[in-house]
Design a protein around this ligand. Structure first.
Ligand code: NAD
Ligand code: ISE
Length: 335
């Protein structure tokens, strides 16, 4: 069976997902796209023989569209996800699910009213081979209980529009999801410490930031977010357990020895670092639609991430430890 997809938002990641749905994933076909930049949508559509429709609502309502991919700007996500649920269509939404916890709750309520899961959120690290190997080991219990995690999320540079709260809202949100997923427990507090600022930044931006999270069982997580580190896109994660540690590998690359120096390359962006994870994310999303049972990150995961990033934003502004308070998890999202 071929799943016919409509894509809302043909910017950077929208185009990348359209490419993988067209060239990498079998059993999927992008049949309609839209963007507020109509010329961009038309150009993308003509490249794959799809139709460019005027609005996101038109894509969702299109009878030829079975499932929707939302890759527009974050503040527009909730409206499209809610409309897709209303239409009874599967919807894959890039992070964030919504920019407020209240909107995430509206999505959860709509999905509960519908009666089964339709929403998957684009937390692609759950599909990365290194993170998956780490999870398998932690789940197996050979290393004992996790006690601490040390993480780093480094980008070479960010554009001027990136502001200090985006360090948690846009960047650390990926670790927030992976911490919850790896440890299978909720985060209960967040703290943000501001070290000396790099000179390689815009005046308005607090960079780097040092974040501390605590989970229900008392696992402590430190996370360095450094989005103007200059040297590359670098993701680190080490979990320290009672009987050993497990750490993400660096992406494989050749080692060059020349002129009395040994060197290896460092990737420069998330598209390369997580390219294989994005591919797997979509392969599994299409397979789960075929099965009629979504298994990837849910609207609940999107809601939890929103509440934790809100706590992180408050922690940044107040310099205090901020508690995280989640609603009770509805049965639809497991225990
Ligand atoms: P982008 O600015 O390149 O693209 C966004 C596109 O959405 C633009 O073409 C814009 O014109 C369009 N758009 C805006 N409002 C719209 C609307 N109402 N209807 C239709 N189209 C609309 O941004 P991007 O980098 O592609 O990011 C898009 C989303 O993907 C963001 O939510 C971002 O957080 C997320 N993202 C996720 C990852 C990841 O690692 N998972 C990486 C990058 C971006
Ligand atoms: C971007 O939106 C992403 O999702 C990237 O994975 C992250 O590294 C970057 O900091 C964000 O701005």
């Amino acid at each position: 069976m071929t799943v016919h997809i409509g894509v809302i938002g043909t910017g950077m990641i929208g185009q990348d997902h359209i490419r993988r749905l067209t060239d990498v994933v079998t059993g999927a076909e992008v049949v309609a796209v839209t963007d507020v930049d109509g010329a961009r949508a038309a150009e993308v559509a003509s490249g794959i023989g799809a139709r460019a429709l005027p609005t996101g609502q038109d894509v969702i309502a299109d009878p030829l569209v079975d499932a929707v991919v939302v890759t527009s700007w974050g503040p527009t996500h909730a409206e499209y996800v809610l409309a897709a649920i209303e239409a009874g269509k599967y919807v894959f939404c890039e992070k964030p699910l919504a920019t407020t916890a209240e909107d995430c709750l509206r999505i959860i309520e709509a999905e509960q009213t519908f009666g089964r899961r339709l929403v998957q959120v684009g937390f692609m690290r759950r599909y990365d081979a290194g993170y998956r190997a780490m999870k398998q080991l932690l789940d197996g219990g050979q290393l004992g209980h996790p006690l601490m995690m040390h993480c780093a999320h480094r980008n070479p540079t960010v554009p001027e529009a990136y502001h200090s709260a985006m360090a948690v809202q846009d960047t650390a949100v990926h670790e927030i999801d992976t911490i919850r997923w790896l440890l299978e427990e909720e985060i209960v507090s967040a703290q943000v410490i501001q070290p000396r600022r790099t000179a390689n930044r815009f005046e308005h931006l607090a960079d780097p930031q040092f974040m501390l999270f605590e989970t229900e069982s008392g696992v402590r997580v430190d996370l360095e977010v450094f989005v103007n580190c200059q040297f590359g896109y670098d993701i680190q994660c080490e979990t320290v357990c009672e009987a050993g540690t497990v750490r993400l590998p660096d992406p494989a690359d050749v080692i060059v020895k020349t002129g009395a120096v040994q060197r290896t390359g460092v990737l420069q962006d998330w598209k390369d670092r997580f390219g294989a994870a994005f591919d797997r994310e979509f392969v599994e999303w299409i397979a789960s639609i075929d099965d009629g049972r979504l298994a990837g990150p849910s609207a609940w995961d999107g809601y939890a991430a929103a509440v934790i990033t809100d706590a992180g934003t408050e922690a940044l502004h107040t310099q205090r430890v901020v508690s995280v308070r989640l609603k009770d998890r509805p049965d639809l999202y497991g225990s």
